[in-house]
Design a protein around this ligand. Structure first.
Ligand code: F6R
Length: 248
Protein backbone atom coordinates (compact mmCIF):
# COMPACT_ATOMS: atom_id res chain seq x y z
CA UNK A 1 0.00 0.00 0.00
CA UNK A 2 1.32 3.45 -0.87
CA UNK A 3 0.14 6.39 1.23
CA UNK A 4 0.63 9.79 -0.40
CA UNK A 5 -0.05 12.91 1.67
CA UNK A 6 -0.65 16.22 -0.10
CA UNK A 7 -0.91 19.78 1.18
CA UNK A 8 -3.91 21.13 -0.66
CA UNK A 9 -7.15 19.80 -2.13
CA UNK A 10 -5.79 20.63 -5.60
CA UNK A 11 -2.66 18.57 -4.93
CA UNK A 12 -4.76 15.63 -3.70
CA UNK A 13 -6.83 15.75 -6.89
CA UNK A 14 -3.82 16.05 -9.19
CA UNK A 15 -1.81 13.29 -7.50
CA UNK A 16 -4.82 10.98 -7.44
CA UNK A 17 -5.52 11.59 -11.15
CA UNK A 18 -1.86 10.98 -12.02
CA UNK A 19 -2.06 7.67 -10.16
CA UNK A 20 -5.20 6.71 -12.05
CA UNK A 21 -3.52 7.42 -15.40
CA UNK A 22 -0.39 5.54 -14.35
CA UNK A 23 -2.55 2.61 -13.20
CA UNK A 24 -4.34 2.53 -16.57
CA UNK A 25 -0.98 2.51 -18.34
CA UNK A 26 0.35 -0.29 -16.13
CA UNK A 27 -2.70 -2.50 -15.90
CA UNK A 28 -4.53 -1.71 -19.13
CA UNK A 29 -1.69 -1.07 -21.54
CA UNK A 30 -2.90 -1.40 -25.13
CA UNK A 31 -6.53 -1.93 -24.07
CA UNK A 32 -9.42 0.49 -23.81
CA UNK A 33 -9.56 1.76 -20.20
CA UNK A 34 -11.82 -0.04 -17.73
CA UNK A 35 -12.51 2.17 -14.72
CA UNK A 36 -14.30 1.45 -11.46
CA UNK A 37 -16.13 4.59 -10.39
CA UNK A 38 -17.06 5.87 -6.94
CA UNK A 39 -19.64 8.55 -6.30
CA UNK A 40 -19.38 10.92 -3.32
CA UNK A 41 -17.48 14.10 -2.67
CA UNK A 42 -13.98 12.61 -2.27
CA UNK A 43 -13.16 11.87 -5.94
CA UNK A 44 -14.76 14.96 -7.50
CA UNK A 45 -11.43 16.80 -7.80
CA UNK A 46 -9.82 13.69 -9.25
CA UNK A 47 -12.51 13.53 -11.97
CA UNK A 48 -11.90 17.22 -12.67
CA UNK A 49 -8.19 16.50 -13.11
CA UNK A 50 -8.95 13.57 -15.43
CA UNK A 51 -11.02 15.99 -17.50
CA UNK A 52 -8.02 18.30 -17.65
CA UNK A 53 -5.86 15.40 -18.83
CA UNK A 54 -8.38 14.77 -21.63
CA UNK A 55 -8.28 18.44 -22.65
CA UNK A 56 -4.50 18.36 -22.68
CA UNK A 57 -4.46 15.20 -24.80
CA UNK A 58 -2.98 13.02 -22.04
CA UNK A 59 -6.06 10.81 -21.68
CA UNK A 60 -9.07 9.68 -23.68
CA UNK A 61 -12.12 8.01 -22.17
CA UNK A 62 -14.29 7.96 -25.30
CA UNK A 63 -13.75 4.19 -25.62
CA UNK A 64 -13.55 3.50 -21.88
CA UNK A 65 -15.91 1.30 -19.92
CA UNK A 66 -17.04 2.33 -16.44
CA UNK A 67 -18.36 0.13 -13.64
CA UNK A 68 -20.03 1.90 -10.73
CA UNK A 69 -19.13 0.71 -7.27
CA UNK A 70 -22.67 0.69 -6.01
CA UNK A 71 -26.29 1.74 -6.45
CA UNK A 72 -29.26 2.35 -4.18
CA UNK A 73 -32.19 -0.04 -4.28
CA UNK A 74 -35.61 1.39 -4.88
CA UNK A 75 -34.92 4.62 -6.70
CA UNK A 76 -35.09 4.73 -10.50
CA UNK A 77 -32.04 5.34 -12.70
CA UNK A 78 -33.46 8.72 -13.63
CA UNK A 79 -33.75 9.90 -9.98
CA UNK A 80 -31.21 12.68 -9.40
CA UNK A 81 -29.77 10.82 -6.39
CA UNK A 82 -29.41 7.47 -8.15
CA UNK A 83 -25.75 6.68 -8.48
CA UNK A 84 -26.22 6.11 -12.19
CA UNK A 85 -27.53 9.65 -12.67
CA UNK A 86 -24.84 11.04 -10.36
CA UNK A 87 -22.07 9.32 -12.31
CA UNK A 88 -23.51 10.44 -15.64
CA UNK A 89 -23.50 14.05 -14.40
CA UNK A 90 -20.29 14.06 -12.36
CA UNK A 91 -18.10 11.68 -14.35
CA UNK A 92 -19.36 10.75 -17.82
CA UNK A 93 -20.11 14.32 -18.83
CA UNK A 94 -16.92 15.56 -17.20
CA UNK A 95 -14.34 13.12 -18.56
CA UNK A 96 -16.10 12.21 -21.81
CA UNK A 97 -17.01 8.61 -20.96
CA UNK A 98 -20.15 7.83 -23.02
CA UNK A 99 -23.09 7.08 -20.70
CA UNK A 100 -23.94 3.93 -22.66
CA UNK A 101 -20.51 2.57 -21.66
CA UNK A 102 -21.28 3.08 -17.95
CA UNK A 103 -22.50 -0.01 -16.09
CA UNK A 104 -24.29 0.36 -12.78
CA UNK A 105 -25.69 -2.34 -10.51
CA UNK A 106 -29.42 -2.77 -11.01
CA UNK A 107 -31.31 -1.23 -8.12
CA UNK A 108 -34.83 -1.45 -9.53
CA UNK A 109 -36.50 -4.66 -10.65
CA UNK A 110 -39.76 -6.52 -10.22
CA UNK A 111 -38.39 -8.56 -7.32
CA UNK A 112 -35.52 -8.78 -4.87
CA UNK A 113 -34.57 -12.06 -6.54
CA UNK A 114 -34.15 -10.27 -9.88
CA UNK A 115 -31.94 -7.65 -8.22
CA UNK A 116 -29.83 -10.37 -6.60
CA UNK A 117 -29.44 -12.18 -9.91
CA UNK A 118 -28.42 -8.95 -11.68
CA UNK A 119 -25.85 -8.39 -8.91
CA UNK A 120 -24.28 -11.78 -9.60
CA UNK A 121 -24.24 -10.98 -13.33
CA UNK A 122 -22.51 -7.67 -12.60
CA UNK A 123 -19.29 -9.44 -11.59
CA UNK A 124 -19.49 -11.50 -14.78
CA UNK A 125 -19.81 -8.26 -16.74
CA UNK A 126 -16.64 -6.94 -15.11
CA UNK A 127 -14.81 -10.16 -15.97
CA UNK A 128 -16.12 -10.05 -19.56
CA UNK A 129 -14.71 -6.51 -19.91
CA UNK A 130 -11.30 -7.89 -18.95
CA UNK A 131 -11.45 -6.76 -15.32
CA UNK A 132 -11.25 -3.26 -13.87
CA UNK A 133 -7.86 -1.67 -14.53
CA UNK A 134 -8.21 1.07 -11.92
CA UNK A 135 -10.87 1.27 -9.21
CA UNK A 136 -11.46 4.76 -7.81
CA UNK A 137 -12.59 4.75 -4.17
CA UNK A 138 -13.65 6.98 -1.32
CA UNK A 139 -14.13 5.69 2.21
CA UNK A 140 -17.01 6.10 4.64
CA UNK A 141 -16.44 7.56 8.09
CA UNK A 142 -17.28 4.06 9.42
CA UNK A 143 -14.67 2.43 7.16
CA UNK A 144 -17.04 1.26 4.44
CA UNK A 145 -15.67 0.69 0.93
CA UNK A 146 -18.38 0.91 -1.68
CA UNK A 147 -21.35 0.07 0.53
CA UNK A 148 -19.54 -2.79 2.24
CA UNK A 149 -20.48 -1.76 5.74
CA UNK A 150 -18.64 -3.00 8.85
CA UNK A 151 -19.21 -6.73 9.14
CA UNK A 152 -18.94 -7.36 5.39
CA UNK A 153 -17.18 -10.55 4.37
CA UNK A 154 -13.66 -9.87 3.18
CA UNK A 155 -14.11 -11.96 0.01
CA UNK A 156 -17.67 -10.83 -0.74
CA UNK A 157 -18.98 -10.40 -4.29
CA UNK A 158 -21.42 -7.85 -5.71
CA UNK A 159 -24.63 -8.28 -3.74
CA UNK A 160 -27.53 -6.66 -1.91
CA UNK A 161 -26.66 -4.98 1.41
CA UNK A 162 -28.53 -3.07 4.09
CA UNK A 163 -27.14 0.44 4.61
CA UNK A 164 -25.73 1.19 8.09
CA UNK A 165 -27.59 3.82 10.11
CA UNK A 166 -24.44 6.00 10.05
CA UNK A 167 -24.27 5.84 6.24
CA UNK A 168 -27.94 6.79 5.91
CA UNK A 169 -27.31 9.73 8.25
CA UNK A 170 -24.19 10.78 6.30
CA UNK A 171 -26.11 10.64 3.00
CA UNK A 172 -29.30 12.29 4.25
CA UNK A 173 -27.83 15.64 3.13
CA UNK A 174 -28.52 14.62 -0.48
CA UNK A 175 -32.20 13.79 0.18
CA UNK A 176 -35.20 15.64 1.63
CA UNK A 177 -34.70 14.02 5.02
CA UNK A 178 -33.37 10.69 6.26
CA UNK A 179 -36.71 8.97 5.71
CA UNK A 180 -36.12 9.34 1.95
CA UNK A 181 -32.67 7.69 2.03
CA UNK A 182 -32.96 4.13 0.72
CA UNK A 183 -32.38 1.37 3.27
CA UNK A 184 -30.68 -1.08 0.90
CA UNK A 185 -28.19 -1.01 -1.93
CA UNK A 186 -26.27 -3.21 -4.33
CA UNK A 187 -22.51 -2.92 -3.94
CA UNK A 188 -19.43 -4.45 -5.47
CA UNK A 189 -18.09 -6.85 -2.86
CA UNK A 190 -14.78 -6.45 -1.11
CA UNK A 191 -13.53 -9.46 -3.08
CA UNK A 192 -14.71 -7.79 -6.31
CA UNK A 193 -12.94 -4.53 -5.44
CA UNK A 194 -9.72 -6.38 -4.61
CA UNK A 195 -9.59 -7.85 -8.13
CA UNK A 196 -9.02 -4.45 -9.78
CA UNK A 197 -5.51 -3.90 -11.10
CA UNK A 198 -4.96 -0.76 -9.02
CA UNK A 199 -7.02 0.88 -6.29
CA UNK A 200 -6.84 4.67 -5.93
CA UNK A 201 -8.56 5.89 -2.76
CA UNK A 202 -9.04 9.56 -1.97
CA UNK A 203 -9.78 10.75 1.58
CA UNK A 204 -9.77 14.30 2.89
CA UNK A 205 -10.77 16.04 6.10
CA UNK A 206 -10.47 15.25 9.80
CA UNK A 207 -13.67 13.20 9.72
CA UNK A 208 -11.75 10.47 7.88
CA UNK A 209 -8.61 10.49 10.11
CA UNK A 210 -9.68 7.77 12.52
CA UNK A 211 -10.89 5.39 9.83
CA UNK A 212 -7.78 5.95 7.67
CA UNK A 213 -5.56 5.09 10.64
CA UNK A 214 -7.59 1.93 11.23
CA UNK A 215 -7.38 0.94 7.54
CA UNK A 216 -3.65 1.53 7.23
CA UNK A 217 -2.30 0.62 10.66
CA UNK A 218 -5.05 -1.42 12.31
CA UNK A 219 -5.72 -5.15 12.04
CA UNK A 220 -7.28 -6.73 8.96
CA UNK A 221 -10.89 -7.07 10.07
CA UNK A 222 -14.42 -7.12 8.72
CA UNK A 223 -15.19 -4.48 11.38
CA UNK A 224 -13.18 -2.05 9.25
CA UNK A 225 -13.85 -3.02 5.61
CA UNK A 226 -11.23 -0.53 4.37
CA UNK A 227 -8.55 -2.65 6.06
CA UNK A 228 -8.74 -4.97 3.01
CA UNK A 229 -6.66 -2.32 1.24
CA UNK A 230 -3.73 -3.93 3.07
CA UNK A 231 -4.26 -7.08 0.99
CA UNK A 232 -4.02 -5.37 -2.39
CA UNK A 233 -0.66 -5.36 -4.17
CA UNK A 234 -1.22 -1.98 -5.85
CA UNK A 235 -3.36 0.20 -3.57
CA UNK A 236 -2.64 3.94 -3.51
CA UNK A 237 -4.17 6.18 -0.82
CA UNK A 238 -4.09 9.89 -1.53
CA UNK A 239 -4.80 11.93 1.60
CA UNK A 240 -4.71 15.49 2.80
CA UNK A 241 -2.95 16.33 6.07
CA UNK A 242 -6.22 16.23 8.03
CA UNK A 243 -7.17 12.74 6.86
CA UNK A 244 -3.61 11.55 7.51
CA UNK A 245 -3.52 13.04 11.03
CA UNK A 246 -4.17 9.72 12.82
CA UNK A 247 -1.25 7.90 11.16
CA UNK A 248 1.78 7.20 13.35
C1 F6R B 1 -19.50 5.87 -3.26
C2 F6R B 1 -19.27 4.92 -2.20
C3 F6R B 1 -18.92 5.31 -0.81
C4 F6R B 1 -18.21 6.64 -0.66
C5 F6R B 1 -17.99 6.97 0.80
C6 F6R B 1 -17.32 8.31 0.98
O1 F6R B 1 -19.83 5.22 -4.46
O2 F6R B 1 -19.38 3.77 -2.46
O3 F6R B 1 -18.13 4.28 -0.25
O4 F6R B 1 -16.99 6.57 -1.34
O5 F6R B 1 -19.22 6.97 1.46
O6 F6R B 1 -18.17 9.32 0.56
P1 F6R B 1 -17.64 10.83 0.46
O7 F6R B 1 -16.58 10.82 -0.58
O8 F6R B 1 -18.83 11.62 0.04
O9 F6R B 1 -17.12 11.17 1.82
Amino acid sequence: MRVLIANTADDVARIAADNVLEGLANHGAGADPVLGLATGSSPLGLYRELARAVTEGRADFSRATGFALDEYIGIPDTHEQSYRQTLVNEVCQVIGLPAQQLHTPQGMASSLQAIEEAARNYDQGIAAAGGIHVQILGIGSNGHLGFNEPGSALRSRTRVKRLAAKTRQDNARFFDGIEHVPTHCVTQGLGTILEAGRLVLVATGEGKAETIAACVEGPLTASCPGSVLQLHPDAVLVLDEAAAAGLK
